[in-house]
Design a protein around this ligand. Structure first.
Ligand code: SAH
Length: 355
């Protein structure tokens, strides 16, 4: 598929769109199967050193009460995941790289592995770190990492981030390379429907994913947040429903481009449509992240407006997801890590090349 063809598909409406979504679903079922894998999401801290112009927990947002969940709270959430046969977790936080933070995550990883007899798979989503930190965390048991590039166009990147050393586009790209070299299954992604974003940008994002050969992807609609600088440009946005539809088109085209990767049904989809994530699963996605963040912290982890599941506890969340996934015609891969098939093929071919 070349760029023009991708742009055409991203714009697809009506019967063309139905065909696209159907093709993507077929490719998904053939390449990665019908199962949906759970990643219990623990948003363990909202303390952040970055000032991304779209994000509700950016450093300068003084309305946010900053928290650090205690080890006990985090481990309880992990135990819940394990006892309920979720095979994997995502530990997500703001971006901090202090020695104390690095050590804390390291300890947590070891404790989680211990409490679950090494059974829980762990994905980290804790931002840009040094090569040493990535290695240390990998050695302590994390085996997947999510770091969205947010936009692969440097010009757009600097429209949605401050243009300074802390928010360097090159550093983010470099971090993705470090992660891959370390041996992680690497996931990235973008927000869809950002102000100033074009169809060409989105097509380039997909080609970028292909070029750097990612194993996993998470893409969600951009949703404005009142207490962020980007809110000023809300008049430039397409209606939410269009951002939603475009995100599904992005997922579908990505599934065609990279048939064997894992694609997450982003939580932000549900901020627009109550069954948004299920719709993504019915199209090309095969991963879902039930929220296991302790309830008292959820309202302080509002990356965007209308973030769902603010007052649900973990048990409720699981029941609700289960029913929903069955509705979407899929089955839950309990007790299976559901790793990226693409990753194993990639590693095997890298080994062959070295011989
Ligand atoms: N700090 C971590 C992860 C936490 S934020 C990191 O840098 O990787 C997780 C994701 O939420 C971000 O990568 C971003 O794509 C998304 N996000 C942030 N603000 C958003 C908004 N206003 N609308 C939609 N998604 C948003």
């Amino acid at each position: 598929m070349d760029k023009q063809e991708i742009i055409r598909l991203l714009k697809a409406k009506g019967e063309d769109r139905t065909q696209l979504l159907k093709r993507s679903r077929d490719v998904k079922e053939k390449e990665v199967g019908r199962k949906v894998y759970f990643r219990g999401l623990i948003e363990f801290s909202n303390i952040c050193s970055k000032d991304c112009l779209y994000c509700g927990i950016r450093k300068s947002n003084e309305k946010v009460v900053r928290y650090n969940a205690t080890d006990k709270e985090i481990l309880e959430a992990c135990r819940f995941a394990w006892e309920n046969r979720f095979a994997s977790l995502v530990l997500q936080s703001g971006e901090i790289s202090s020695p104390m933070f690095v050590k804390r995550v390291d300890n947590l990883l070891k404790k989680i592995k211990q409490l679950s007899n090494n059974e829980l798979g762990i994905t980290l989503s804790c931002g840009e770190q040094t090569r040493e930190t990535y290695l240390r965390w990998f050695e302590s048991g994390a085996h997947r990492f999510l770091l969205r590039i947010e936009s692969s166009n440097p010009e757009l990147y600097y429209k949605i981030h401050p243009n300074n050393k802390t928010h360097s586009f090159e550093k983010r790209i470099e971090a993705l390379h470090f992660l891959k070299e370390t041996g992680y299954q690497v996931g990235t992604g973008v927000m869809v429907g950002l102000p100033f974003q074009t169809y060409e940008d989105l097509a380039n994002d997909l080609l970028f994913f292909k070029k750097i050969d990612i194993d996993m992807c998470g893409m969600g609609p951009y949703i404005e947040h009142e207490d962020t600088p980007l809110y000023e440009y809300r008049n430039l946005l397409m209606p939410k429903q269009e951002r939603f539809n475009l995100t599904l088109n992005m997922i579908a085209v990505l599934r065609l481009l990279m048939p064997d990767i894992n694609i997450a049904a982003a939580t932000a989809l549900q901020a627009i449509d109550p069954v948004g994530r299920e719709k993504a699963l019915a199209v090309g996605a095969n991963i879902i992240m039930p929220n296991l963040t302790p309830c008292n912290y959820r309202k302080e982890y509002q990356l965007y407006e209308d973030k769902p599941c603010l007052d649900e506890d973990a048990e409720l969340c699981r029941n609700c997801l289960e029913a929903r996934i069955e509705l979407a015609g899929s089955e839950i891969g309990y007790e299976e890590w559901g790793d990226s098939k693409h990753f194993f093929k990639r590693v095997a071919s890298e080994k062959l090349l070295k011989l």
